[in-house]
Design a protein around this ligand. Structure first.
Ligand SMILES: Cc1ncc(COP(=O)(O)O)c(C=O)c1O
Length: 449
């Protein structure tokens, strides 16, 4: 069991050590407070363990160096944005070349067509569009689905995350009411006008949500990843497909994180058959990108709508979407980096990482568990992995979370914030993983009863 007194003391010690080790990052943070809101370029960065983000000086492969000259093994990898590793060589060369030829001219380049065909090979759906983020890809896909179906609503899963898309930032109360998610800044209009929220893996709730035939699209990560990894129950995906078809609702599978499963995400691995696929993040090696693709049937209907609107399409776009540099980045990443070989190297490392964590948990008798999804792995402070979003949320333990993160950080290991998740890359080595195992064990030893 975890000894809470020891945990409190150990966290205080780690915080002190963090301050001792990072004078430059702390100075940079304080210094930025008169020009960046709360001293950070993006508000959630104040929520890193220790309350202060490291200032990055350099990142190559899976190693980060901070402004104090400390080296970290990066298991966060930009929360998938840099799953391919920081600045892989072919990407560096392609980027150095493309910037000599203009980066953004609001015209297509040949890379866009190559990328679309490659995405089709990977994910199955035939027609593609690009955006500057996966958030935008989701937003635009929702718009097309609404335009085609003339239905107002979307279905999402409780505690999901699909980017900052208003329709999706909604949760269920214990009484089953739909509310704006706690902490949603400047909340949208009452989300129950736009959204039905149901629990993951609940087939009955799914059918109830669809049977009024007012839902344009169900949006699902094929495995929930943003409240921790929550796998689908056996047969759930089949039901999801069957019921969305039965009630004439489109099925959108968001592969932005589950691209960790293989070159075509979970969709390809499990032979899913969605109407719409969304992805982004690592597809362009960390250059901002989103993609949304759809079936022939969806494309024909979308095209008919676009023709009827005389091309006066508003609400979908972005000046920089599909710009030359993003398209060149995606081309080289898909062609040379995010290949079958990438996953052959990275997935066994995730298994090794998990085994190391499980050994530590067992040695100290903690009632924690681990779960893995392709190159992504994490541990939980509950005896069995969660079955849905509510189960996951009810078992969060912020004290333990911050301690484990900070203990690792102070020993050169950078984990993904907000949950104890690690991502492997082609550049990750067995030695990197074993270093984590060692540090994890030490962290457990300090707080064990
Ligand atoms: C499943 C999923 N979809 C979409 C997004 C949004 O991605 P972006 O921040 O690139 O817009 C995220 C971000 O974490 C995500 O996890």
């Amino acid at each position: 069991m975890v000894n809470r007194d020891k945990l409190k003391k150990a966290y205080a010690e780690e915080l002190e050590l963090f301050h001792k080790l990072h004078p430059t990052s702390i100075k940079n943070f304080e210094n930025a407070k008169d020009c960046l809101l709360q001293g950070v370029p993006l508000n959630w960065m104040v929520r890193y363990a220790g309350g202060i983000p490291l200032t990055v000086k350099d990142a190559r492969g899976v190693h980060l160096t901070d402004a104090d000259g400390i080296d970290y093994i990066d298991f966060c990898l930009g929360d998938t944005g840099s799953m391919v590793g920081h600045s892989p060589e072919p990407f560096v060369e392609a980027m150095a070349d493309i910037v000599k030829h203009g980066t953004s001219h609001m015209l297509p380049t040949e890379d866009a067509t190559w990328n679309a065909r490659e995405l089709t090979r990977r994910f199955g759906v035939k027609y593609w569009q690009f955006s500057t983020s996966a958030t935008d890809a989701n937003r635009f896909a929702i718009r097309l689905a609404r335009q085609i179906t003339k239905r107002p609503k979307v279905v999402v899963f409780n505690w999901c995350y699909h980017g900052t898309v208003d329709e999706t930032i909604a949760t269920l109360t214990p009484e089953g009411d739909i509310i704006s998610r706690l902490g949603n800044i400047g909340p949208q209009i009452d989300p129950s006008y736009t959204t039905k929220v149901i629990e993951w893996n609940d087939v009955e709730a799914l059918e109830n949500a669809l049977k009024d035939e007012d839902v344009a699209v169900v949006m699902a990560e094929p495995v929930m990843t943003n409240i921790g990894i929550v796998h689908p129950a056996p047969g759930y995906h089949e039901k999801l497909r069957e019921l969305t078809r039965k009630y004439g609702t489109y099925l959108l599978i968001d592969e932005t994180h589950t691209i960790c499963c293989g070159i075509g995400g979970y969709t390809r691995e499990k032979g899913l058959d969605p109407d719409i696929v969304v992805c982004g993040k690592t597809l362009a090696g960390g250059i901002p990108v989103g993609v949304y693709g759809f079936t022939e049937e969806f494309a024909q209907k979308a095209e008919a709508e676009l023709v009827a609107l005389y091309g006066l399409v508003k609400g979908i776009g972005g000046t920089l979407a599909a710009n030359a540099i993003t398209m060149a980045a995606m081309h080289v990443i898909l062609d040379k980096v995010l290949t079958e070989d990438f996953y052959k190297h990275a997935i066994p490392l995730a298994e090794r990482f998990n085994a190391g964590v499980e050994a530590g948990i067992k040695e100290f008798g903690f009632d924690w568990s681990t779960t893995q999804l392709g190159t992504r792995t994490e541990y939980w402070f509950l005896p069995e992995v969660a079955k849905d979003g509510t189960d996951a949320v009810n078992h969060r333990d912020f004290d333990l979370d911050w301690y484990m993160h900070l203990y690792a950080l102070n020993r050169g290991i950078f984990m993904t914030p907000f949950h104890n998740m690690a991502i492997m890359s082609a550049a990750t080595s067995e030695a990197d993983v074993d270093r984590h195992t060692e540090v994890f064990r030490e962290a457990c030893e300090k707080i064990a009863d």
